[in-house]
Design a binder for this molecule. Structure first.
Ligand SMILES: [Zn+2]
Length: 59
């Protein structure tokens, strides 16, 4: 994900698993461009996220 201001790749600030009201799990990422103070949020459904599927075996 690129910053909309400087168009540089944004740093991943935080990753976590979140739950929707329906109980669906999301691989949640927050991105930041510290220089421009731009924040972005990305939520990928866990079943569609290749990297999160290994973690989901505990659920
Ligand atoms: Zn930027």
């Amino acid at each position: 994900m690129n910053c909309p201001i400087c168009n540089q790749p944004m740093e991943i600030w935080q990753t976590m698993i979140t739950h929707s009201k329906e109980g669906k799990q999301f691989d949640h990422k927050r991105f930041v461009c510290k220089k421009d103070d731009v924040w972005a949020r990305l939520e990928i459904p866990l079943e569609a996220s290749p990297q999160a599927q290994q973690q989901s075996s505990q659920a």
